[in-house]
Ligand binder design. Structure first.
Ligand code: C2E
Ligand code: MG
Ligand code: MG
Ligand code: MG
Length: 281
């Protein structure tokens, strides 16, 4: 019925739509085959202890090596994976690959580090999540304590009782749970204390201007004290400068992650970073 609007408007509108829709369709078709074509890969970003300056863990971040378009960022295709339900098999691949990689590093003599894996709300609601996670641990041989699952506040919007049951099942196995992008979503503080959460991640939007914007600094301070009062670790995301790092250290934050230390890097580069650090100390 766009035609009813008449004239040039129709042509312009339809051309715009077409390119958007066909681009989306071709991405979607590509995504359907990406798993079997082995086009997904993981990059790893170090998580660093603020006191010792040592790498104590890493976050696995999904990348898509597109045959024509090159390396594609997850912000471009995760929403599509979620809409199509493909996030379930792809998420399982991420989990299995990350667990296997962490255990391989351990076997190769790297220090014990915790591997953090992102779970979308959609994955979190799949009924057999605990089985999928257990199988990934069993097949890789990784200890549950060396796996951390990052969830967002959005998992609390839906049925809290189910969320509680799932998180408790994972917690009992020994898996760590962290809340990603904390402060940006639906947040009910009273739920926090009822859930078995071991770590809060301060979202990078609060870290960005932490040195200049008193409001962001106040939010970061509040998240740090809240986390510590609830006996949780607090990690800051998106740390890019030494000033941000100094602020966070002075205010008692436990860990950080960000370009200041390293961007997310391929597995070999990550291992090299760890080796370099072990050689120095
Ligand atoms: P996230 O889980 O909050 O991951 C942190 C994002 O911040 C990553 O973007 C990382 O590259 C970026 N980052 C890290 N340090 C800095 C910094 O100092 N400055 C800036 N500007 N950015 C920094 P990336 O890799 O593009 O991932 C974006 C989002 O995609 C992730 O946000 C996560 O929500 C989602 N994602 C990535 N991999 C997966 C996955 O395997 N499964 C699911 N469900 N989601 C994933
Ligand atoms: Mg994350
Ligand atoms: Mg985050
Ligand atoms: Mg994010």
């Amino acid at each position: 019925h766009a035609k009813a609007q008449g004239g040039n408007c129709y042509h312009f509108y339809s051309a715009e739509m077409n390119s958007g829709v066909s681009q989306r369709l071709s991405l979607e078709t590509g995504l359907r085959y990406a798993l079997e074509r082995n086009e997904f890969l993981l990059h790893y970003q170090p998580q660093v202890d603020l006191r010792s300056g040592k790498i104590i863990g890493m976050e696995a971040l999904l990348r898509w090596q597109h045959p024509e378009r090159g390396l594609i960022s997850p912000v471009e295709f995760i929403p599509l994976l979620e809409e199509t339900g493909l996030i379930i098999p792809v998420g399982e691949w991420v989990l299995r690959t990350a667990c296997a990689q962490n255990n391989a590093w351990l076997a190769a003599g790297l220090p014990r580090m915790r591997m953090a894996v992102n779970l979308s709300a959609h994955q979190f609601r799949q009924s057999n999540l605990t089985d999928v996670v257990c199988l990934a641990l069993e097949d890789s041989g990784l200890e549950p304590e060396l796996l951390e699952l990052e969830v967002t506040e959005s998992i609390m919007i839906h049925d809290l009782q189910t969320t509680l049951v799932t998180l408790n099942q994972l917690h009992v196995i020994g898996i760590q749970i962290s809340i990603d992008d904390f402060g940006t979503g639906y947040s009910s503080l009273s739920y926090l204390k009822r859930l078995p959460i071991s770590k809060i991640k301060i979202d990078q939007s609060f870290v960005r201007d932490i040195c200049d914007d008193p409001d962001d600094a106040a939010i970061a301070d509040a998240v740090i004290s809240l986390g510590h009062s609830l006996k949780m670790q607090v990690i800051a995301e998106g740390v890019e400068t030494v000033e941000q790092l100094d602020y966070l250290r002075a205010h008692g934050c436990d860990e950080f992650q960000g370009y200041y230390f390293s961007r997310p890097v391929p597995a070999e580069a990550f291992a090299a970073l760890v080796h370099e650090q072990t050689a120095i100390s």
